[in-house]
Design a protein around this ligand. Structure first.
Ligand code: PMP
Length: 308
């Protein structure tokens, strides 16, 4: 994919998929319409599962190793076995991207506690259900890079938001409320203190300093958050990890979100209030540029041959 310019990639991304998507389910690559699971799957019955989403850029996975570290942590936190290695997952994820012709997009994977009669406690000796799929999405040329609107909602979630659980009803409601309000993302808060976005980490820029909430059980440890912290350090941009209020976000010079499939996106409006000038600010733009430059560098670097 070395020869592709930005515009070529957009055309590839927006062209319809010509053939049926290949998914992966419990050890096999299967066509989308035969990737079926049981109504007794605990993922269906209880949302008893863990998921991950990693970006694909230039046809290659971005930071998928970090997503698999988080998968391992989430599974351990809820007592679901990690029955295949990170290396096996990486190969499946890359194969899905390649076989489905994904140049830019994402790979989604899910592990549930498996299929059993509906009883709340864990079933004995039941293998986890595992599946994954890929889909295209514009990342480096995201039209939302011009700035998005966010809508404020109360955070209705449970107390272990650090676990990437498939029990996402609170986020479904938050993001639907955002959409109904004409916004791209929900900003969730606990009594006026920002927790995170519906599916993203929220940041503000105050007096030139980046502010984002410290890691705890209250938020997901975003992989994009981690990389953005490294890029901010490389750009010599001061960062403070502390909780901040909605009022601080409204009064900030800049506000932005990070996530694996949005990278760094400016939030230029929160409900009816412009943030800063109402245009993407220079700090956000520099971080987005740095994020994209890093993504392109990592996904165009030669793959090191592993000697036998
Ligand atoms: N917080 C929440 C609630 C999320 O759903 C996500 C997206 N998975 C994030 C933060 C960002 O995480 P990441 O950067 O790893 O995509």
């Amino acid at each position: 994919m070395h020869g592709l310019g930005r515009d070529d990639r957009v055309i590839l991304l927006t062209s319809p998929m010509t053939s049926m998507r290949i998914c992966w389910l419990n050890g096999e690559f299967v066509a989308e319409d035969s990737a079926k699971i049981s109504i007794f799957d605990r993922g269906v019955l209880f949302g008893d599962g863990i998921y991950e989403v990693a970006a694909v850029v230039n046809g290659r996975l971005l930071d998928a190793d970090l997503h698999l570290v988080r998968l391992t942590r989430s599974l351990a936190a809820v007592g679901i076995a990690m029955v295949q290695s990170a290396a096996a997952w990486l190969e499946i994820m890359q194969t899905l991207a390649t076989r489905n012709g994904i140049v830019e997009g994402l790979v989604y994977l899910q592990v549930t506690r498996g299929v059993a009669e509906r009883e709340f406690p864990f079933p004995a000796n039941v293998p986890p259900t595992m599946f994954a799929y890929a889909r295209p999405k514009a990342l480096t040329n995201d039209p939302n890079a011009v700035g998005v609107r966010a809508h404020v909602v109360p955070d209705l979630r449970w107390a272990r938001r650090d676990i990437k659980s498939t029990s996402l009803l609170a986020q479904v409601l938050a993001k639907q409320a955002a959409r109904a309000a004409g916004a791209f993302e929900a900003i969730m808060h606990d009594e006026g203190i920002v927790t995170e976005g519906g599916s993203s980490t929220i940041w503000i820029v105050q007096h030139g300093t980046l502010v984002t909430r410290p890691l705890s059980n209250d938020i997901l440890a975003g992989i994009t958050r981690d990389v953005t912290l490294q890029l901010a350090a490389a750009l010599k941009r001061p960062v403070v990890e502390r909780a901040f209020t909605l009022d601080e976000a409204l009064d900030a010079e800049e506000c932005f979100l990070t996530s694996a499939t949005s990278l760094v996106l400016p939030i230029t409006q929160i409900d009816d209030r412009n943030i800063g000038s109402g245009q993407p600010g220079p700090v956000t733009a520099a971080l987005r540029d740095a994020y994209i430059a890093r993504a392109i560098e990592l996904t165009t670097a030669p793959v090191l041959a592993v000697s036998a």
